[in-house]
Ligand binder design. Structure first.
Ligand SMILES: [Fe+2]
Length: 284
């Protein structure tokens, strides 16, 4: 059961759309599809913003929005952002998202129109994530990465995190049925993921496609203790451009929901990747 108060964009609508329920549009976003019928799966693929509510399903650990690739944005990331130093890390008030600019001046100068499209996309995603979570402040990171920073499978001690890779290889993850959680983290005793026992026989390591938006539920989500999306950075040194959002503060968010995880200690022997769940940490 969803234990928190509904985000404001749901209004009085139930979180699970009943058959025949009409579409609603609030704040320019379609709220039509709601929770897919595949409730019970740990990974949901959705095709619009409305599908993000699937993250509220107890069994859901990952929501993947396979949105259409926008060439101007993807090409800007590929041609400009992979060739410049890029390490934007900031805490932003959601009231100020209209002025959020994570791009270095050199990137804007190199391609002003591409930069404008990219900037608008980041702002729109940030606004949607803030609306979903009721966040008053977001932790925003836009990074160019050339090495895996979290190479081992782990879970994060956060409520929910948004990740999207604009170009390069996307984050890797495991479906719930593919993993044996007792081999996560230090319980693997240092053995590689591929041989530790974490991967069940026949398990497939999945990758988030570039441009797809991933919502990763963490262990600080109500009722999700000892669970959370199992994920890691992809291997290799090909440059990637990664955007992430975390909730750093809420105004009237979910009752009893500490989305940052900072108000709780990670349970003993729980194999979370501790640095990923705090203000200064980064899951890459
Ligand atoms: Fe992580």
């Amino acid at each position: 059961m969803w234990t928190g108060r509904k985000p404001r964009w749901f209004g009085d609508e139930p979180l699970v759309r009943e058959p025949g329920m009409p579409e609603r549009h609030l704040a320019g976003m379609s709220l039509a599809s709601s929770v897919p019928a595949s409730a019970g799966c740990s990974v949901h693929r959705v095709d619009d913003l409305a599908g993000w509510v699937a993250i509220a399903e107890p069994a859901t650990q990952i929501v993947l929005w396979t949105r259409p690739r926008v060439a101007a944005i993807a090409e800007f990331a590929e041609r400009v952002l992979t060739r410049l130093p890029l390490e934007f890390v900031a805490e932003v008030r959601t009231a100020d998202l209209d002025t959020l600019d994570p791009l270095p001046p050199a990137a804007t100068a190199a391609d002003p129109s591409g930069a404008a499209a990219f900037r608008a996309d980041v702002r729109e995603l940030a606004a949607a994530f803030a609306t979903l979570t009721g966040a008053s402040r977001l932790g925003v990171r836009l990074l160019r990465l050339e090495a895996p920073m979290c190479p081992r499978f782990h879970t994060d001690f956060v409520g929910v995190r948004l990740l999207t890779t604009y170009c390069g290889v996307g984050t890797e993850y495991l479906d719930e049925t593919a993993a044996d959680r007792k081999f996560l983290g230090h319980q693997s005793q240092g053995a590689p993921d591929e041989t530790s026992g974490l991967l069940r026989p026949g398990a497939q390591v999945q990758r988030v496609e570039p441009f797809t938006v991933a919502l990763l539920k963490g262990a600080a989500w109500p009722g999700n203790q000892h669970r959370g999306a199992i994920h890691r950075s992809p291997p290799g040194r090909t440059p990637r451009v990664l955007l992430s959002f975390d909730v750093q503060g809420q105004d009237g968010g979910f009752d009893g929901f500490d989305p940052t995880g900072e108000g709780h200690d990670a349970p003993d022997a729980t194999p979370h990747h501790a640095p990923c769940g705090t203000t200064g940490g980064a899951c890459r």
